[in-house]
Design a protein. Structure first.
Lengths: 309, 627
């Protein structure tokens, strides 16, 4: 808390009414409510309006504002070198599902213990409103010269098929609900996706706050909805249900947790299996010199290469 | 002394293993070895060959002239007959094979072979090629491999298919006998390499058969060895150097000829260390990630470096092309990340399994915007080991990306390296201004006298990074004055590095320092020049540049002034290193010896080229050696 008092936040330069305000508020509250040690939290972002989020956090957590599409790669390096850090990635839909879609899929195969928050607004805001990968075909948002010619990616379906073990959707203007989703995503062991529907008041004049407000409903209100895999035998069935649910889009749009499975080993656990010392002596926990002399012993591996006489 | 031995055959038929057994035997008799593998971008079937040099002194190069060629198929004879000088061991059953029937050979090669044979009025068959070399005074040694393998199969009561590979051992045993060394060295070497009992026995028998087939010629005697020596190829040398240097994170995407380094590290990822607190032996993990592409590889390594970990990636030209955006981010954010850049033939896919020195200006100038970058290049296997550690030190000291250049030839060749050359006890780890604790007043990019700020790992205090121009705190700032200050802060680090890193360590001078002839070179070419100058007494001062950024301008100027000739020796078309010499010193080469056919510099051809330049003042010599 001492840190909070001393902390002087930056001014956020997002447009008035931007969904990013809802996302940053929910994220800050989630981190605070979970009682995370703020210096152990690292926010990694890509490029675009959402990319600036780490700079605008009003709580003292570290931020790494990376390259367009590459936040997941940076986050992977940070997390695997120091698994004691809490790593959260914020990126736009263009960033994570367009230029960075290769990383978005590949990180699913690893199930690294990272939280990924997609700022999903259907447009590239900072470059003046081009169509992003989540904009439906045929939609013409205001700065498009022609209706969108590409089909849209379904981020939830993509994540489910890529191997994400926690898949959820939130809404930027329901901060309380989003906060709870982010908390659950952070606590989840393994790779977590929170796709956040986010109106862009400047460039997306179709999927507006009013548009979403009419359609969104919460999965939590359905008592029959249980997305958590509790035994391996349930995996296929719950995945199928989650995939089915992920295609519900139109008059009714569900938000909440679609899928959760902690039975799949995280990448960190897989490394431990190969190299047991990773539990205690992961890369950042090792001192690699003693008084400037290397303390790594290479005699044994050199011996494998020794000329025998 | 120097003897050149070669073995050739189709990829996937055990040529490598045979070369290993042979080299192992010779090295165990106390000789130094340099061996290089040449192969196609192919898994099985294409022609590959292994050239091995035997010497009583440390050796770092091969020659074009081959003293002994061991062959099993017709293709090997066709590829190499013209280079054989003393003995050609061949399979009796391929004598009548016509060149046109060898499907695995490329048309361009066949045409050239036809031309060479045609000049002596010979047709394109193995027997003609044999006649050709006989005319050059080469002794032909036909071996009836089929008969011998059948005999072994019968004796051990195993099917012929099981003993097929034993053919190779017969061939190497015949060649080994020529050297005059005791059979024991070869038997023991074969025993060390072949793990299964049956194969140990079959190969021991094959050794006996081959060994008894000919009489000795060279009369080599076992040499007394007082030091420990290691078989080091470039990939492994760099890998071990990195591990010793404290590398704890490596990300990579598979690419020839870089991947072997990363897979070696992964195979040895749990490293033995001394616990700084207790002095006990503990184990620590080097994380190795095979990423989805090179873009991810560099950015993962950067992420790891932000956590305070020594991190690197290894790649080749096509992969590095994808890494350039990440490189710029590392420059902007002052991240110590190491890129081991294995140079192969470009552009595009180019020659994926062949060597060259075409990628010097590209890594040196890669990236938009201006940022400091340190670029070093190794010339031999011991240097590759030490430079791997040096790169990690430089990266942390100057908080900037370091590119370590290693050519394919160095990566895939090996030499027996005496322990003292590795200088294990002399190597230090310098982590620069890395701190482990900081309070909330910490500013990652605090402006300092030398441009280098204290660097705290993520997780120790509050910090920000961004690829945008930023202020001391790491927040975005487009303020013009801040821009100038931060720009200068970054660029200043290169000036400081230039002041601090002794210029003597940034280049290597080979040969008589006061010769009228100076040679500018770098990388593996330096090794070949070292052998030429040491063995043949060529009158030249060779300057092997080992660091291109910051460039050792003052020392190079001093070393090049007052020479009659300044000769550029490089494995590229543009003489890239020489153009840097011109850029930094104003001195332009007077002559050139260049090579860009994808094959390494060979000692004899380079020596001939240099003699043409020195004695006849030929302006530019282009070399074509190597099959």
């Amino acid at each position: 808390m001492e840190a909070l008092k001393q902390f002087k936040p930056e001014w956020s330069d997002w447009c008035p009414g931007c969904g990013n305000f809802g996302i940053i508020n929910a994220e800050q509250q989630a981190i605070m409510e979970l009682g995370l040690n703020s210096e152990r939290v690292v926010i990694v972002s890509g490029i675009g309006c959402s990319g600036k989020l780490p700079h605008f956090m009003r709580i003292p957590v570290s931020g790494v504002h990376t390259l367009h599409g590459r936040a997941l790669a940076f986050a992977t390096g940070i997390k695997l070198s120091n698994p004691s850090l809490e790593v959260i990635v914020n990126g736009g839909d263009g960033d994570l599902l367009g230029i960075g879609v290769g990383h978005f899929v590949s990180i699913g195969r690893r199930n690294t213990d990272i939280t990924v928050i997609v700022h999903d607004n259907g447009v590239y805001g900072l470059t003046k409103g081009q169509a992003s990968p989540t904009l439906l075909r045929g939609i013409k948002t205001k700065s498009l010269p022609k209706p969108n010619i590409n089909d849209a990616i379904n981020p939830l379906f993509l994540a489910l098929s890529a191997g994400y073990t926690f898949v959820a959707r939130g809404y930027a203007y329901d901060v309380k609900h989003l906060k709870e989703l982010i908390k659950r995503a952070i606590k989840h062991k393994g790779l977590a996706l929170v796709d956040v529907l986010q109106p862009c008041p400047t460039y997306n004049d179709i999927n507006t706050k009013e548009w979403y407000d009419k359609r969104i409903y919460k999965l939590d209100n359905d008592t029959g909805w249980d997305p958590v895999v509790k035994a391996e035998s349930e995996t296929k069935d719950k995945l199928k249900k989650a995939i089915d649910k992920s295609f519900e889009w139109g008059d009714r749009i569900p938000i909440g947790v679609f899928y959760e499975n902690e039975l799949i080993p995280s990448f960190e656990e897989r490394i431990k299996q190969n190299s047991p010392s990773y539990s205690q002596y992961y890369p950042a926990a090792q001192q690699i010199e003693i008084d400037r002399k290397p303390n790594t012993l290479v005699e044994d591996i050199l011996k494998e290469k020794r000329v025998e006489y | 002394m120097r003897l050149t031995w070669m073995i050739g055959g189709a990829q996937g038929t055990g040529i490598d293993t045979s070369a290993t057994v042979f080299g192992n035997a010779i090295a165990s008799a106390g000789y130094y070895i340099f061996g290089n593998r040449e192969y196609y971008s192919n898994i099985k079937g294409r022609h590959s060959y292994f050239t091995l040099t035997i010497s009583d002194r440390r050796v770092k190069s091969n020659t074009q002239n081959v003293d002994i060629l061991v062959s099993f198929d017709a293709e090997t004879v066709f590829h190499h007959f013209a280079d054989v000088k003393s003995f050609l061991i061949y399979n009796k059953s391929v004598e009548n094979v016509k060149l046109d029937t060898v499907q695995t050979m490329e048309e361009e090669t066949k045409e050239r072979v036809k031309k060479v044979l045609g000049q002596r009025g010979l047709d394109a068959t193995v027997s003609s090629a044999l006649k050709y070399v006989e005319g050059n005074g080469v002794k032909l040694i036909p071996v009836n491999y089929d008969e011998i393998t059948k005999k072994i199969a019968d004796e051990f009561k195993v099917p012929l298919s099981v003993v097929d590979r034993v053919k190779n051992t017969i061939g190497i045993a015949v060649s080994y006998k020529l050297l005059g060394l005791d059979i024991d060295f070869l038997i023991k070497a074969s025993d060390r390499i072949f793990k299964q009992d049956l194969y140990k026995k079959l190969n021991a028998k094959a050794v006996e058969e081959g060994y008894s087939a000919v009489t000795s010629v060279y009369d080599l005697k076992p040499l007394k060895v007082s030091d420990e020596r290691y078989w080091l190829d470039g990939n492994t040398a760099v890998a071990i150097g990195k591990i010793y240097g404290g590398l704890r994170f490596q990300s990579y995407y598979p690419i020839t000829p870089a991947s072997d380094e990363s897979t070696y590290i992964e195979a040895h990822q749990e490293v033995l260390m001394v616990d700084p607190k207790t002095g006990d032996k503990i184990k620590g993990t080097v994380v190795v990630v095979q990423s989805e592409d090179e873009i991810a590889a560099i950015n993962m390594a950067i992420g790891a470096a932000l956590s305070g970990v020594r991190a690197a990636t290894a790649t080749s030209g096509p992969g590095f092309s994808l890494m350039v955006e990440g490189l710029g981010w590392a420059g902007m954010n002052e991240v110590p990340v190491v890129i081991t850049y294995y140079i192969r033939g470009g552009p595009s896919t180019g020659l994926p399994t062949r060597t060259g020195q075409s990628d010097l200006l590209f890594p040196l100038f890669a990236g938009h915007g201006e940022f400091p970058k340190i670029v070093i290049a190794s010339g031999d296997h011991a240097e590759a080991f030490k430079d791997a550690l040096w790169a990690l030190n430089l990266a942390e000291k100057y908080q900037t990306p370091v590119i370590h250049l290693v050519e394919k030839t160095l990566a895939n060749s090996y030499s027996t390296v005496p322990k003292h050359e590795l200088g294990l006890d002399k190597l230090d780890i310098d982590r620069g201004k890395l701190i482990s604790k900081a309070d909330l007043s910490y500013r990652r990019f605090k402006v300092t006298q030398d441009g280098i700020s204290e660097r705290a790992p993520l997780g120790t205090t509050l910090m920000y990074y961004t690829g945008d121009e930023h202020n001391e705190m790491g927040h975005i700032s487009e303020d013009p004055e801040n821009r100038v200050i931060m720009y200068e802060k970054r660029m200043k680090k290169l000036e400081i590095a230039d002041q601090e890193i002794p210029e003597e360590s940034r280049l290597k001078v080979i040969g008589n320092k006061d010769s009228k002839n100076a040679i500018i070179t770098w990388g593996f070419a330096g090794s070949v020049l070292e052998d030429i100058i040491n063995e043949s007494g060529l009158d030249a001062t060779a300057i092997q540049i080992r660091m291109f950024s910051p460039f050792p301008s003052r020392l190079v100027t001093k070393l090049l002034s007052g020479r009659d000739k300044v000769i550029a020796v490089e494995g590229n078309y543009l003489a890239q290193a020489s153009s840097l010499v011109t850029m930094f010193t104003g001195i332009t080469p007077t002559n050139y010896v260049l090579k860009w056919n994808g094959r390494p510099f060979l000692k004899d051809e380079l020596e001939n080229g240099l003699r043409q330049v020195i004695n006849e003042n030929v302006k530019k010599v282009v070399l074509y050696g190597g099959a």
